[in-house]
Design a protein around this ligand. Structure first.
Ligand code: NAP
Length: 300
């Protein structure tokens, strides 16, 4: 197999392939970064074209899609009848455009997203998302599984990037809330590590609650929710007041406060928390009377 790009992730991917005993060819713009991998048994190619030609499947993992484009331009002649797996982070639009370009050069294309950090590659916590050519995924799945658990999301090459952003969004919201919680507890000198076991149990319970929210959204019936929007609005207002009283920054709660206020103003107060999805799926400018919705700024 071939890896183009030996930054933090490309190096970890190469190591995983070598550990799984795949014959591995590597190339990097700055050639010296290949040294350690050559010591582990990798073959170093002089050019992207030589690297692509060396293997049926090439994984590219560079900083961004402009870099992918540059590298593939240099190696384009070798792409015919090869498979390219692009693990570089980009947008869904980037992925579709790249799939078209790569298909034009006669190669099969899989776009991918790595739900991992370098040190978690090839460990049970890592999983990678793929979308694009189903044949290419079937053909190379065994190899891809050496990097992380593989999830194939369908033949639209944009899917992996879209799901990546969806997972990032949930992750950032949870981590931002976690940091806010730590700031709250810090006012009483509680060390972060003491909080971790309880917040982990709490968030685990939340993942079960997500299944319930998903069922409500899929049915479109928000009437039976045990956690209505109005009740949550009161809770988040209290959380904000407590935070401000303790002198900590409550800014991260602002968007949620605004959403809950909007939900109550639109008549969702007695409906499940899941009903807020109906507001989020529309841009504010598409909502009726969007300019009259209450905002945090106006309530202060
Ligand atoms: N690090 C993570 O935890 C993580 C997790 C998930 C996803 N990702 C994604 O994985 C990708 C790589 O991340 P990384 O952390 O490995 O980055 P990195 O350590 O900064 O390495 C960047 C790599 O891209 C190469 N590169 C940049 N511009 C290039 C160009 N124009 N032409 C050729 N090569 C170019 C660099 O080559 P040189 O060595 O010559 O500079 C280097 O090999 C990114 O899209 C990132 O978003 C990273």
């Amino acid at each position: 197999m071939t890896i183009l790009g030996l930054g933090r992730m490309g190096t970890a991917l190469s190591r995983a392939l070598l550990t799984a005993r795949y014959r591995t060819t590597v190339w990097n713009r700055t050639p010296s970064k290949a040294g350690g991998l050559v010591g582990l048994g990798a073959e170093r190619a002089e050019t992207p074209g030589a690297a692509i030609a060396a293997s049926p499947m090439t994984i590219i993992c560079v900083a961004d899609y402009d870099g992918v484009q540059e590298v593939l331009d240099a190696g384009r002649a070798a792409l015919r009848e090869r498979t390219l797996v692009n693990l570089t982070t980009g947008t869904p639009q980037d992925a579709r455009a790249m799939a078209t370009r790569v298909a034009g050069r006669g190669a099969a294309y899989l776009d991918g997203a790595m739900m991992a950090v370098p040190q978690s590659v090839a460990t049970p916590s890592a999983f990678f998302l793929y979308s694009g050519s189903p044949d290419a995924f079937d053909r190379h799945r065994h190899t891809l599984d050496a990097l992380a658990t593989s999830h194939y999301l369908g033949n639209d090459p944009a899917a992996a990037e879209l799901w990546d952003f969806a997972l990032l969004g949930s992750g950032y919201a949870a981590l931002t809330g976690f940091l806010h919680s730590l700031a709250l507890l810090d006012t009483e000198g509680v060390p972060p590590s003491r909080f971790v076991p309880l917040v982990a149990q709490w968030l685990h319970g939340m993942t079960e609650y997500m299944s319930e929210l998903a069922r409500e959204i899929e049915s479109g019936d928000y009437s039976a929710g045990v956690s209505p929007v109005g009740m949550n609005q009161v809770a988040v207002e209290s959380l904000t007041r407590v935070s401000e009283h303790l002198g900590i920054d409550a800014e991260v709660l602002g968007p949620l406060r605004a959403l809950l206020e909007r939900g109550v103003a639109r008549g969702h107060g007695d409906e499940s928390f899941a009903s807020l999805f109906e507001l989020l799926r529309q841009r504010p400018s598409q909502l009726p009377g969007h300019d009259v919705g209450p905002t945090i700024a106006r309530t202060r």
